[in-house]
Unconditional design. Structure first.
Length: 86
């Protein structure tokens, strides 16, 4: 009985560790942020969101690296790439 409890504990612990690290994998030109707010992220359509109110609730997620902007296809592009891929 103690063996089953030990194995169950190890399996649950392994699953929790894997799920905790899996969400930190981001795509090209992205960086993981604990308090990511999608509403405040610069985009190809609105590159400068200075002074705008953010509607989303911050949560862990992948944000575009500095100098990159979120496209309508959810990719992080430079402004030059944004102009070429509207």
């Amino acid at each position: 009985m103690a063996g089953i409890q030990t194995i169950s504990f190890l399996v649950i612990t392994a699953c929790l560790l894997l799920s905790a690290t899996a969400h930190k994998e981001c795509g090209p030109n992205e960086v993981f942020e604990e308090n990511y707010d999608i509403g405040c992220e610069p985009s190809c359509k609105v590159p400068d969101k200075t002074g705008l109110l953010c509607a989303a609730q911050p949560q862990p997620g992948c944000a575009c690296k500095k100098g990159f902007y979120r496209s309508t296809k959810r990719e992080c592009l430079t402004l030059e790439q944004c102009k070429a891929n509207p």
